[in-house]
Design a protein around this ligand. Sequence first.
Ligand SMILES: NC(=O)c1ccc[n+]([C@@H]2O[C@H](COP(=O)([O-])OP(=O)(O)OC[C@H]3O[C@@H](n4cnc5c(N)ncnc54)[C@H](OP(=O)(O)O)[C@@H]3O)[C@@H](O)[C@H]2O)c1
Length: 385
Amino acid sequence: MRHLALLGSTGSIGTSTLDVVKAHPERLSVVALAGGRNRELLARQCETFRPTCVSVALADDAAWLSTQLSYKPEIHHGAEGLMACALHPQADTAVAAVVGAAGLSSTEAALRAGRRVCVANKESLVVGGPLMRKALAEGGGELLPIDSEHAALHQLLADRPSAQIREVRITASGGPFLEWPLARIRAATVEEALNHPTWKMGPKITIDSATLMNKGLEVIEAALLFDLRADQIAVTIHPQSQVHAMAGFTDGSYQLQVCANDMKLPIQYALLWPERLNGPVPPYDWNQARTWTFEAPDLERFPCLALAYDALRAGGTAPALLNAANEVAVGAFLQGRIPFGTIPDVNAALLQSVPSEPIQSLEHVLDLDQRARQQAEAWIRARFS
Ligand SMILES: NC(=O)c1ccc[n+]([C@@H]2O[C@H](COP(=O)([O-])OP(=O)(O)OC[C@H]3O[C@@H](n4cnc5c(N)ncnc54)[C@H](OP(=O)(O)O)[C@@H]3O)[C@@H](O)[C@H]2O)c1
């Protein structure tokens, strides 16, 4: 039986994770749930799963929750609350499903504590990559990816000597603007950008999918998880989202990982690995006629992907800087403060103006993250207020 601390329980990945838990009550239980601002949903989740430790973003919501529940769990709030859930003594597994760099410290702490950490929160790996590896090595736990492309790579690369691996390819649907000319992409509305063709996800990752920054963050994530160089990780556009990754071996042959585009599959894989139990969706139907297409990404229309490769090659604090700029830019776009086409401009400006330096500590990278956010915000204010 795995005992989960689910960080980000009220989000898209969080609710899918609870569906997987419901499907396997003999294998999975929940001991801690951390949400953000959606206190009503968190209250309902508490009544269903009865965690002994709960956290919300705000103190007022923690007080509200204590008046609503029919039982008395520990109730925390804020960054300390997230940490209390991540390190709950009864939890052997943490699911990192908070969005953005807000998930960094709790992911690192769970790794350091030697837990199995199932990571959806790619930003924490992008921002604090070397720190996560160190925490994993020192804590002696496990790091399992939930991102579908990385879960696919985990399956493809298992037990392969690295000398046999020539390259890996992660696929991208291409997002809603795959066929659009650059000028039209730059002027896209929030509604158009949130209309993802194949995946239903939270708003930040949906915008990142439309700019292809999501794929860029995933390239950096793949380098960290599988110890690969930038020139060993390629992106292939595959609008049908059925092939999630490919491993290319030294002899020129490839293996592909295929499954339905439902996040419950990689979530269940990460929670239960190395076991495989009945899946959350029907097995793939190979008798149904399908057309799969593959093409190279267009870096001129989707410059965020090229910026991510630049940041990966620069190393050190560059990925953290890019991530901070991107979180600010995506937030500003969703608030209607900047056009869609300005998101890559903010990211490029920050990456070019701040030199990369080696990451020294969690405090160092958190401080850099805050300063980069202020700089990105100042860049936007200077042009759009
Ligand atoms: N959705 C997908 O299919 C998918 C696929 C692969 C990877 N991912 C990655 O998984 C992560 C989560 O994505 P998502 O789509 O599930 O996002 P989402 O639907 O926006 O959910 C984000 C979760 O984080 C919580 N949260 C946000 N800020 C917080 C804070 N400061 N403290 C505590 N909790 C906080 C939210 O709480 P409230 O909603 O209660 O405010 C919510 O539970 C992202 O890093 C994303 O890139 C997602």
